[in-house]
Ligand binder design. Structure first.
Ligand code: KIV
Length: 283
């Protein structure tokens, strides 16, 4: 824990006004949340990507609300002074506005989140309106929306054609009008992202693989540190290869236990001679 002041929504808008980019990362566990707060990250997304990065599923679809709550609670304990966003998992909001409000409420009440995020365009505006009316800050997510990966035909850039780009621009306006205070654009072409950012009136636009002309950037933590072995998306700059460091450490452990160089006396605990003699006498 640090003594910094936890960012609030007005503080995030002030950053936008000052032209200072907002920093945002995914995070799913206590020790990483602790480090992210120390590093001065503004916002954490407890993403349903945890289904892939932490639980090893092939997609985000099997992730449940209970999974999300458990991980969000751990993150909140590790980062009490970061703005934490709970990501609404598949089928936690699609069926009805009432289920959307109830599940969004769980993130706030059970995990002390500051906001929720959900995927989709015009079709989720009614959900956003309901959630916001219930007093819960909501974030939209457009472009590549992993819960619709099957309908989108894979993990591909969205909005490359003019018609599709126009649809994303219109959806961003609709989400803003529905009350979303922030929208994430994932894998949208840079100039489309720039247009959306320029047109946003009371909404913060964040980029994940959508170029520099947004109000801030999001990255997936596991991609940044070589911790997700299955694939490496283009936008995922590696800031340090923790995966390699950990693998080398694990190999070292196997080698040292095997050749008996670990443990050494400083790694174990002893018993005083007199106590040991007494013990032997009892046996
Ligand atoms: O679940 C997640 O981490 C996300 C990102 C891919 C934006 O929604």
């Amino acid at each position: 824990m640090t003594d910094r002041k936890k960012p609030t929504i007005p503080m995030l808008f002030k950053k936008v006004e000052d032209g200072a980019p907002i920093t945002w990362l995914t995070c799913y566990d206590y020790p990483t949340a602790y480090l992210q707060e120390q590093a001065g990250i503004d916002m954490i997304l407890v993403g349903d990507s945890l289904g892939m990065t932490m639980l090893g599923y092939d997609s985000t679809l099997p992730v449940t609300m209970d999974d999300m709550i458990r991980h969000s609670q751990a993150v909140r304990r590790g980062a009490p002074n970061v703005f934490v966003i709970g990501d609404m998992p598949y089928m936690s909001y699609q069926a009805s506005t009432e289920s959307a409000i109830r599940n969004a409420g769980r993130f706030m009440a059970e995990a002390a989140c500051d906001a929720i995020k959900l995927e989709g365009g015009v079709e989720v505006c009614e959900r956003i309106e309901g959630i916001v009316k219930a007093g819960i800050p909501a974030i939209g997510h457009l472009g590549l929306t992993p819960q619709s990966v099957s309908a989108l035909g894979g993990y591909k850039v969205q909005g490359k054609g003019a018609l599709q780009a126009k649809k994303i621009i219109d959806a961003a306006k609709a989400l803003e009008d529905a009350g979303a205070f922030m929208i994430l654009l994932e894998m949208v072409p840079d100039r489309v992202c720039e247009l959306i950012t320029q047109r946003a009136e009371h909404c913060i636009i964040m980029s994940l693989g959508s170029g520099p002309n947004a109000h801030g950037q999001l990255l997936i933590y596991h991609d940044m540190f070589g911790l997700y072995p299955r694939f490496k998306p283009r936008m995922a700059k590696v800031f340090g290869n923790a995966g390699e460091v950990i693998l080398n450490g694990l190999k070292g452990y196997v080698a040292e236990v095997t050749d008996r160089t670990f443990p050494q006396p400083e790694h174990w605990f002893g018993i005083k001679d007199e106590e040991f003699d007494e013990l032997q006498g009892m046996l």
